[in-house]
Write a protein that binds this ligand. Structure first.
Ligand code: ATP
Ligand code: MG
Length: 460
């Protein structure tokens, strides 16, 4: 429907512009033609009147009595344009040619250049009056030219334009419609192809016409939009699948434990043991669900941070208190280098605490007993840099680019053994970025890792 209306709109605008141009051209050509003709007629008349004035000047000097005859002789040489009359200042005729008498052109009252038009007995005449003085007398010389032929030609031109214009308009609108149809045909194609793409065929792409025009750009833009949609759609699908998978394992475990305990447990301590196992799984599951919800809210853009000026050192010390306890349980040495001057960032202290704890937790989890962890805080001009250094198992170069992906674990079996699901670093990165900061990692397998969080300082 819409394309038809675009086509019609294009054609209508085209026809309207053409109509205006044709009208303008017709009027301008008509006016220019008339002015041109009248100008050249006027020049001609001026020449004639000049000739007559010259004859009169000469005759009035030599023998004034022959004025009438001389004028007639002069005029007889001009067979066709026998339009001349001369009168004196009192309106008395000195000479009147045959045609002037025939068409009864009124006597001239004053000189006039350019000439003027009159209608005399159905004959359009262009009349020019010139004054001359000789021997104390003023004479008015009046010459004229019949304009019927010129006006007939102009009439013919007018009718030609009037009759041809509708024909040109009809042809042009047909052509315009055809052209716009051709130009918009690829849009039809794009529309049809786009209609066929749905959530099951997001991998499909539109054909890109190599025309180098707007339509190529449109197809390319739609294709890149499809690529973005496909990748976020796949991410969401993957996320949902991974999440369900991670939830299924502890649920199955709890169910089996409960069933077995119901069937076989005999003593209170047997039941207690089973319940403790279930509780342990429940805690893990709640923590997983809580992480999932946080990421889902972050994706939806509804997880809002309470932003206040936060002293990074205070927040880090708090996290290190928990870290210390974790490290002790694994016989790790835990050292804090938080001596830098006050570094304030604008952020959410709970989120930052969580970010620091995720990194300490990883350092503890992935460092074997006897190793050491060092947490440091330094400041640069515009950012606070928090560093988490461990002497743990390290991360291989293959895993390094992926560890911030959701559910990614370098060594699945080992990580799960530590209770990890692979969401910690995704959350850490989200928190860092929500504070306009960044997080980076360096690691040597077998030697240890360093995670560095950079947070821009509060410029208040
Ligand atoms: N300090 C570290 N040393 C060695 N490997 C690490 C370290 N920190 C992270 N990793 C690797 O990166 C993976 C992803 O870490 P992440 O914190 O996202 O998940 P997790 O610790 O397995 O689970 P979660 O934190 O969600 O409980 C880990 O599984 C681990 O393989
Ligand atoms: Mg972790």
């Amino acid at each position: 429907m819409r394309q038809v209306s675009i086509r019609l709109k294009l054609t209508a605008s085209y026809v309207a512009i053409l109509f205006a141009s044709l009208s303008l051209f017709g009027i301008a050509a008509f006016v220019a033609m008339r002015n041109g003709i009248e100008k050249s007629v006027d020049e001609n008349l001026e020449g004639q009147a000049g000739g007559v004035a010259e004859v009169m000047g000469r005759v009035l000097q030599e023998e004034p009595a022959r004025l009438h005859d001389e004028l007639r002789e002069h005029q007889e040489l001009r067979e066709q344009a026998d339009f001349l009359q001369v009168c004196d200042q009192n309106g008395r005729w000195i000479y009147r040619s045959r045609l002037m008498t025939h068409y009864d052109v009124p006597a001239p009252v004053k000189a006039s250049y350019p000439a003027y038009n009159i209608m005399s007995a159905d004959l359009p005449l262009r009349v020019l009056v010139r004054e001359m003085s000789a021997a104390g007398q003023t004479y008015r010389i009046q010459v004229a030219a019949p304009m019927d032929d010129f006006y007939d030609a102009m009439d013919r031109f007018k009718w030609l334009v009037l009759l041809l214009s509708p024909l040109v308009l009809v042809l042009a609108s047909g052509g315009g419609y055809w052209l716009s149809r051709r130009a918009l045909a690829p849009v039809d194609q794009i529309t049809r192809a786009a209609q066929e793409i749905n959530s099951n065929s997001l991998a499909q792409r539109l054909d890109v016409p190599r025309s180098g025009d707007e339509l190529q750009r449109l197809s390319e833009t739609l294709n890149s939009m499809l690529a973005r949609l496909e990748s976020s759609f796949n991410r969401i699908t993957q996320f949902t699948a991974d999440a369900s998978h991670e939830l299924r394992t502890p649920l199955a475990l709890m169910r089996t434990t409960t069933e077995v305990s119901l069937r076989t447990a005999q003593t209170v301590s047997d039941h207690r043991e089973a319940q403790e196992e279930v509780l342990f799984e429940l805690e893990k599951t709640s923590s997983l669900v809580e992480k999932l919800m946080l990421l889902a809210r972050a994706d939806a853009g509804v997880e809002s941070l309470q932003r206040f000026p936060v002293n990074v050192a205070d927040c880090l010390r708090e996290a290190c208190k928990d870290g210390q306890i974790l490290a002790e349980t694994k016989q790790l040495s835990f050292q804090q280098n938080i001596n830098s001057p006050t570094l304030v960032v604008e952020g959410d202290s709970h989120a930052l605490h969580r970010l620091f704890l995720i990194l300490i937790d990883n350092a503890v989890k992935y460092t074997p007993s006897g190793g050491s962890i060092v947490v440091g805080l330094t400041g640069s001009d515009d950012a606070a840099v928090v560093e988490f250094r461990d002497t743990g198992i390290g991360i291989s170069a293959v895993d390094l680019p992926n560890i911030f992906d959701r559910f990614y674990r370098a060594d699945k079996a080992r990580s799960r053994e530590f209770g990890g699901v692979g969401l910690g670093l995704s959350i850490a990165r989200w928190v860092a970025e929500a504070h306009r900061g960044s997080i980076e990692v360096e690691s040597t397998p077998g030697a240890g890792s360093v995670f560095r969080v950079r947070l821009p300082l509060f410029q208040g």
